[in-house]
Design a protein around this ligand. Structure first.
Ligand code: SAM
Length: 279
């Protein structure tokens, strides 16, 4: 038998090579997931013996992490803007930059009393579902093409939001074919990595679906399609917001300009990461 504290130390040492400075954090996260305990409970129990099955589960989680599986897929959930979303193989793990995109949309919704929001390329649904939680007056339509991502997306819609949120299976590269209430705000974090750059990505990132990453030859395929097929749906006074690669903001802005006034915004790390459009 081993104490929780001992297991955490073993995990940290094992993960040093894979997770570097995050090894202690990741060991704690994996132990918490194995034991079904949060951080506070783990700290309170640190000198207690962990049950055999908890230790076995923790060692198997650590093994998976050592083989390069993303931490979030092993744990099975991840936080976004303070809300927990189910994740796993087949769906993109929500990123911290994208939280900034959600918050800037929240501000626009509240300022303009927008009612209908489209989240194109929804993945887990982290953006649209967070907006539905933060803005109780809005209706949200979540558009996603791929069945695996759709299965997580559907799991992530709680009963309490089901009256205001709809998941729609759709190809965003094509014009919308559903009869829907028109949007006041369109948000999207589409695939935006240039196809040729995909093989050079980190091992963990390559565990995520390529369909969530591949933005075509120049990385801009989705922005072009959204400009052609979706932005014309926005009424005067409407708003759109996009995440993009750190060298793409100017090109994305050019694509959006025919529809209104654009602005590029930097993320927390100082990279030009977001483009907004005021119709
Ligand atoms: C970069 S991920 C973003 C996911 C989520 N919005 C987020 O911010 O974490 C892009 C998403 O677009 C979806 N996708 C890719 N091609 C699509 C298409 N043609 N139509 C609709 N969704 C698509 C992928 O399955 C993936 O879930």
């Amino acid at each position: 038998m081993s104490t929780y504290s001992f297991l955490r130390g073993v995990g940290k040492k094992a993960l040093d090579g894979v997770s570097g400075a995050d090894a202690a954090f990741e060991s704690m996260e994996l132990l918490g997931a194995a034991a079904g305990l949060d951080r506070t409970a783990l700290l309170l129990k640190k000198d207690e013996e962990a049950p055999e099955q908890v230790a076995a589960k923790f060692y198997s989680f650590t093994e998976r992490r050592l083989k390069g599986e993303p931490l979030q897929y092993i744990i099975g959930t991840w936080d976004f803007c303070g809300f927990s979303y189910t994740v796993g193989p087949g769906v993109l793990i929500p990123r911290p930059e994208t939280e900034e995109l959600a918050f800037l949309c929240e501000a626009a919704i509240k300022k303009n009393a927008y009612k209908v929001v489209y989240d194109l390329c929804a993945g887990t649904g982290c953006i649209g579902l967070t907006l539905a939680r933060l803005c109780p007056e809005i209706e949200v339509r979540l558009f996603e093409k791929y069945p695996k991502a759709l299965s997580y997306l559907k799991k992530n819609v709680p009963e309490a939001l089901s009256r205001r949120v709809r998941v729609i299976e759709a190809d965003v590269l094509k014009p919308p074919r559903h009869k829907l209430p028109l949007p006041d705000l369109i948000v999207s974090n589409p695939p935006y990595i240039e196809s040729a750059a995909l093989p050079g990505l980190q091992k963990e990132v390559l565990s995520e679906p390529l369909t969530a990453l591949d933005g075509g030859d120049d990385g801009l395929t989705f922005y072009r399609a959204i400009a052609a097929h979706w932005l014309p749906l926005l009424p005067p006074g409407g708003f759109a917001a996009f995440e993009c690669g750190e060298t793409q903001a100017e090109a994305v802005s050019e694509l959006m300009k025919p529809f209104g006034e654009t602005e590029t915004l930097r993320d927390f790390y100082g990279n030009e990461r977001f483009v907004t459009l005021s119709r």
